[in-house]
Design a protein around this ligand. Structure first.
Ligand SMILES: Nc1ncnc2c1ncn2[C@@H]1O[C@H](COP(=O)(O)OP(=O)(O)OP(=O)(O)O)[C@@H](O)[C@H]1O
Length: 369
């Protein structure tokens, strides 16, 4: 919606206009993918990698693209900086069709979009400083300016003092930090991350994800990342799209997709994060009550103001509850997860409790201990 039409429709005061302008800018589409298809012409015949993809990525958000191997993630992200051309449809950046760009226009597009890779793609024969200098040297910048910018960025990514070190002397996490600094040398407005943490151990992955989040917040960069790990999406993304065999099977805010996955592909990607029943509990669990305690599974899908409030649960059951197992994540402020509690509350009270949907998203008795 244009600012002018916003003004005509709603605004009465200067303050209102300013608030609406702010809203319009924040909600502005940065990258729009319209009916995009991609077919490779391999020796063995055509391979359809993407079909009828529609997406909107907003300015300043972290947008995740997830899917199993071969789902089309790399093909999609590579169309954003024209490393690949689409076979059908359009990619718009700030409303401009990038498929029309040629020569200087294409160079300009690639300056606006930085990219980092799973295997870092650093030149091993060049020092950290020389690796960082490459994009600016190619763009004809002065040596002093290049060094100044490189040192600033090395400080930002926590690698001060590593200017003259060769990549082989750096850890995986440090190499990726250099990759991030190099991608930022041309002051891009979009950062594409191609499986940027897949080659890293879990602890280093955390530190790189924190750094990406910090860059997104401090520099206001739009970040698009592809991954096959839902944990990465959960940690830093605002929106996510799930691809399966070149098609969008699901997309939306991360808390919603995690809380109520609709597609089988999403559910299977989420499976590694699900809390399984611990083995000792599985062995102790009986299907008859026979004087024991009921074990209730409480699910929180983040879809409401429901919080896992054990005090309120005990009060509703009119009995003590023991927390046996479970975990709750907070994703974008929404509580999600599953708890197993044991209670000696009478059966009629439990039946009544299970109908009390103010306290959970869903609940059921899974057995007795
Ligand atoms: N250059 C190419 N020529 C032919 N087929 C290709 C080419 N690049 C990708 N493909 C095919 O396109 C489909 C999508 O591949 P793509 O690499 O985009 O998926 P992906 O989700 O990124 O997979 P991965 O996680 O394994 O990298 C696959 O079937 C792949 O074999």
């Amino acid at each position: 919606m244009s600012v002018v039409s916003l003004r005509q429709q709603h605004a009465q005061t200067a303050a209102e206009v300013s608030a609406l302008v702010h809203q319009a800018v924040a909600a502005k589409a940065h990258i729009e993918v319209k009916s995009v298809g991609k077919t490779y012409h391999a020796k063995t015949g055509p391979v359809t990698a993407l079909e009828a993809i529609d997406l909107t990525i907003h300015r300043g958000e972290i947008f995740g693209i997830i899917g199993r191997s071969g789902a089309g993630k790399s093909s999609l992200i590579r169309t954003f900086n024209r490393l690949e051309d689409v076979s059908e449809g359009q990619i718009l950046i700030d409303g401009d069709d990038i498929g029309r760009l040629r020569g200087a226009g294409l160079v300009g597009l690639r300056r606006r979009i930085g990219m980092i890779f799973q295997h870092f793609n650093l030149l091993s024969s060049q020092t950290v400083l020389e690796n960082l200098a490459l994009p600016l040297k190619a763009a004809g910048h002065k040596r002093a300016d290049i060094e100044h910018r490189a040192r600033e960025l090395l400080a930002l990514v926590g690698l001060e003092g590593k200017e003259h070190v060769y990549p082989s002397r750096l850890s995986g996490g440090q190499k990726q930090r250099v990759g991030i600094a190099r991608a930022l040398m041309l002051e891009p407005e979009i950062l594409l991350c191609d499986e940027a943490t897949s080659a890293l151990d879990p602890e280093t992955t955390q530190s790189i994800l924190s750094l990406l989040k910090e860059i997104n917040t401090r520099l206001g960069l739009t970040i698009v990342l592809i991954t096959h790990e839902m944990a990465v999406i959960r940690q830093i993304c605002d929106h996510v799209v799930v691809l399966e065999q070149g098609l969008v099977v699901e997309q939306g805010p991360v808390w919603q997709i995690f809380g109520k996955p609709q597609a089988d592909a999403t559910r299977s990607l989420l499976a590694p994060l699900a809390t399984q029943l611990p083995v000792d509990l599985q062995q102790r669990l009986k299907q008859t009550s026979a004087g024991g305690q009921a074990v209730i599974e409480l699910v929180y899908d983040g879809d409401s103001a429901r919080e896992p409030d054990l005090g309120a649960i005990a009060a509703a059951l009119g009995a003590h509850v023991e927390l046996l197992h479970g975990s709750i994540d907070r994703i974008q402020g929404h509580a999600q997860g599953r708890l197993l509690v044991a209670t000696a509350a009478p059966e009629n009270r439990i039946t009544q409790f299970l109908k009390n949907s103010r306290l959970f998203s869903s609940a059921k008795v899974v057995g007795h201990v």
